[in-house]
Design a protein around this ligand. Sequence first.
Ligand code: NAI
Length: 297
Amino acid sequence: MSDLGFDGKVAIITGAGGGLGRQHALMMAARGALIVVNDLGGAVDGSGSDKGAAQLVVDEIKAAGGDAVANTDSVATAEGGESIVQTAVDAFGTVDIVVNNAGILRDKSFHNMTPDLVDPVLDVHLRGAFNVTGPAWKIMREKSYGRIVSTSSAAGIFGNFGQANYGAAKMGLVGFTNVLAVEGAKYNVRANAIAPLAFTRMTEDLLGPLGEKLQPELVSPLVTYLAHESCESTGRVYSVGGGRVAEVFIAECQGYTSDALTPESLRDNWDTVTDQTDYEVPAALAQETAMFLKALS
Ligand code: NAI
């Protein structure tokens, strides 16, 4: 089978001045995508900015024979999102792919989590995805084509100490992805999320010896495939790192049904409520409602 080429498709990759985003940009550019390299260039906690980071990746792409343009606006504001999409339109005429990747960390146990640690994290990860994908969606819907890949995290999907802000934002992106998959279906717009694990400046102090196996470039093949025209996946979440890729899904147990439900009957049947035998994986709300109808009929 032939290689997956992008033949002039236009991809916006946020936070692509370093880490995972840079690798996604390099891989897609090498396969013929035209890239908007967005990066504000701040520190891991989101403070400061370095407007040169995005341009360095653009230079790298061009030196390798590809085409790219830099944008240094923040994804955290609606104006920033508009400007990022406008950069794609001005430089390349349209947008086909959005990779929501920009991110920051402000970890603290919930007990010590103040609004200055919550708001910027929600703004970059979660609102950032709205801010950039929103204006791109209009274009994608009009031309009935689009691929959206958002960067979630196991910290939200499964939970991790000290990351209530980040975990909420990252799980928010799973909901975002689920709904965009439903709404995008008839416009050939597909949305998926990834939960990566990679050695970058964000995780360099956390990973220990495992870090050596977790090169960020091992996450990019999944992002590249999900961004490709031929990939039919939508509304799905994938764990990816170190060369391993595995689907992650939200399932529902068959549950316990009674027309005389009481706290006591629940206590006495809790094993049935939580019995994971024969769980189902609803593709969307309608399929979950069907589980109710079956149980109640
Ligand atoms: P990184 O810190 O190297 O990359 C994040 C990039 O986003 C930076 O270049 C930063 O300048 C940029 N950025 C931050 N705020 C921005 C804003 N407001 N506007 C535009 N750009 C902004 O970290 P890494 O590891 O490459 O992270 C990429 C994504 O992957 C993030 O969303 C992160 O939360 C997620 N992730 C990473 C994991 C890992 O193991 N490295 C684990 C789970 C999720």
